[in-house]
Design a protein around this ligand. Structure first.
Ligand code: ADP
Length: 363
């Protein structure tokens, strides 16, 4: 616990009461502040606004961040403006919700799964490293706000620094640029955020990070297909989405829901990656197709989406992830690295085939 964590809700709100609102009244007592929390010196909060107030409240948000940052022991403040609507987000095809903060980024690709624990984050990291091994400039945005694991997977330590123009500098690991919600927002706070708040936090995070020029930004999505995921898929300018699934999960409804969600918002599905497809015995190296063979490929064909490849269940992958030394970083041309490189190539080929996947002004 940091010394600053002695500040309670009332004290933080009192600080926010030093800020006058444009229409009269004070921020702390205005009823607009939600999700106010402090942990380890990091404060996060959201400020509820009407969509037309966004411009006026950008200044209020800056003032709130500055006032809270002045408290002794507070090391960072993350305030988001949320224009929350009572109804679930309306389905409009892949419409950007703000000006383009990602101008220097070739393609933003979502890595999604119907449920948690299927290896989505492990796949994101190894796929990013495979793209990197092929000479691309790659970033990862860990938007899995409910269980951010990028810091562990890449062995990231410390906090992101501030660069020019008050933008966050992405962390660097194995030649990748990386930013995780886990570095900015406490998981307990994120857990209670609803769809539009998650969306707002993530688009703001995208805009507030100085990504520089990237060929590909992989977004590790929160698992599932609820409001938060839908809002994200709808609000970010996705060139495409990749679905990670285990063989069991594929035959269930989860992966199909993920595909249906992206289709609803006109995001091209670049394909399915089957993770933990077969088991490789660490002792004898033999392969065991515990859930049968070829099922995922057949299911992908049935759903009319490309099959990008199958990744085995291996001790090496799990151990590498836990140690913050992903297999594809250590050995990009080893047996597993080659599998991820092949998946990366097929995915990129799909991207160039899909006309919707091209961002304006991009090759
Ligand atoms: P998700 O992001 O879907 O929640 P993770 O990537 O965090 O899933 O993976 C969940 C667990 O499974 C982690 O312990 C990870 O190391 C392990 N894991 C993922 N893919 C594999 C694999 N192909 N072989 C072995 N372990 C894996």
């Amino acid at each position: 616990m940091s010394g600053s964590d002695r500040f309670g809700d009332a004290e933080l709100r009192a600080v926010l009461d030093s800020i006058a609102l444009p229409g009269g009244g004070r921020l702390g007592a205005s009823g607009r502040v939600a999700g106010l929390s402090i942990a380890g010196g990091r404060v996060s909060l959201s400020i509820q606004i009407a969509p037309q107030e966004a411009q006026a409240f950008a200044r209020i948000r800056d003032q709130a961040e500055a006032a809270l940052r002045a408290l002794p022991g507070v090391t960072s403040v993350f305030a988001v403006l949320t224009a929350e609507r009572p109804a679930p987000p309306k389905l409009t095809p892949n419409k950007p919700m703000r000006t383009d903060p990602l101008a220097g980024i070739g393609h933003v690709i979502a890595v999604a799964s119907g449920k948690g624990g299927v290896g989505k984050s492990t796949t994101t990291v190894n796929l990013a490293l495979a793209l990197r091994a092929q000479g691309l400039r790659v970033g990862i945005l860990d938007a899995d706000i409910y269980g951010p694991s990028l810091p562990t997977l890449l062995g990231l330590h410390g906090k992101p620094g501030m660069g020019q123009g008050r933008k966050l500098k992405p962390m660097q690991a194995y030649g990748l640029k990386a930013m995780s919600m886990g570095l900015l927002v406490e998981p307990e706070t994120a857990m209670v955020w609803r769809g539009p708040m998650v969306m707002s936090a993530i688009t703001q995070m995208m805009a507030d990070v100085d990504w520089g020029a990237l060929d590909v930004l992989l977004v590790d999505m929160p698992p599932g297909t609820g409001d938060a995921q839908l809002a994200l898929a709808q609000g970010t300018q996705l060139a495409g989405a990749v679905i990670v699934s285990t063989p069991q999960d594929l035959s269930l409804i989860d992966a199909r829901r993920g595909i249906a969600m992206f289709r609803k918002v006109d995001v091209p599905i670049l394909g399915i990656i089957e993770n933990m497809a077969h088991f490789i015995c660490p002792d004898c190296g033999s392969s065991h197709a515990i859930f049968g063979q070829g099922g995922a490929e057949a299911e992908a064909a049935r759903l009319s989406v490309p099959f990008l490849g199958a990744v085995p269940l291996t001790m090496e992958l799990r151990a590498g992830s836990d140690a913050g030394q992903p297999v594809t970083a250590r050995d990009p041309d080893g047996p597993l690295g080659r599998i991820y490189q092949q998946i990366a190539r097929t995915m990129m080929a799909g991207l160039t085939r899909s006309p919707q996947a091209q961002r304006p002004g991009q090759p």
